[in-house]
Design a protein around this ligand. Structure first.
Ligand code: GLP
Length: 261
């Protein structure tokens, strides 16, 4: 996994890259661009920059199919904190996007394991994920794959870690009891199968996860470390998030993406 340290916002850099990748791919109805998308505070910047790029005519989302990484379980999707609401508020309502091309895991389905399996099947039927964008939890989770998630895991329901509940309570008036306790998430194998992965990290509270991802051993207690063996994975971090990484390891410095062809 390559580390890209940016003085700019990781979200802005990532949005620019998404635009370039979509353009270079030149998607058509027969060959859509399959993009996996995150939620979370770090990604807000990315969406606002993507919206600006769209408004300036630099990118079109015709023939782009999205799959969200995760969603809370047993949680009203009309609640502004649901990931579905987040996606419409920050992105889908601000750009032209075919609603049939939007996929967000259903956390309120009667049969959750069937829903999870169908999500995987749909990704597979479209030829897999071309580009997956994610954030990272302070405990190293990616999507909602908490510590000890199996490396061969697929989309499933998971109990959220205490640390994640505490972190995400910032979106629930700091009331940890208001945070849903479960989520449906793509698995580590789903993420690893994506042809290209970009993880964004901002702020000092992500510094340990970034350090472990770049310099630590592969460790199931820190799920992000599984991306060390991915051929096309990038971690885009700001100065604070990369502050624990040694100078030697941060060889990339302010280097940029080397897109897959
Ligand atoms: C949430 C999401 C993750 C996200 C992470 C980071 O729990 N499920 O997909 O990457 O936390 O969030 P933030 O950017 O708010 O720190």
């Amino acid at each position: 996994m390559k580390l890209i340290i940016t003085e700019d916002s990781p979200g802005v850099l990532t949005a620019t890259y998404i635009k370039e990748r979509i353009k270079a791919f030149n998607p058509t109805p027969k060959k859509p661009f399959v993009l996996a998308l995150p939620t979370g505070g770090t990604a807000v910047d990315m969406y606002s920059h993507l919206v600006s790029l769209y408004k300036s005519g630099a990118v079109s989302f015709d023939n782009v199919i999205t799959f969200n990484l995760d969603e809370y379980v047993n949680f009203d999707t009309n609640n502004p904190q649901s990931y579905k609401s987040y996606m419409y508020t920050n992105f889908f309502s601000k750009v032209s996007f075919n609603p049939d091309n939007i996929n967000i895991p259903n956390g309120n389905a009667k049969d959750m394991s069937q829903t999870a399996m169908a999500y995987e099947e749909k990704i597979k039927s479209l030829g897999g994920i071309e580009l997956l964008i994610g954030g990272v939890g302070t405990n190293g989770h990616i999507a909602f794959n908490e510590p000890n998630s199996p490396i061969n895991s697929r989309t499933r329901v998971i109990d959220l870690a205490e640390k994640t509940l505490r972190d995400n309570s910032k979106f629930f008036n700091n009331d940890i009891n208001a945070v849903p306790k479960q989520a449906i998430t793509m698995g580590l194998a789903t993420i690893s199968d994506a042809r290209e992965v970009i993880i964004m990290a901002t702020g000092q509270n992500k510094a340990e996860a970034v350090w472990r991802a770049i310099e630590g051993p592969k460790d199931i207690h820190w799920p992000i470390t599984i991306l060390q063996s991915h051929q096309n994975a990038y971690l885009v971090a700001d100065k604070a998030a990369s502050s624990e990484v040694s100078k030697k390891a941060a060889t990339c410095g302010v280097c940029s993406f080397d897109p897959i062809k």
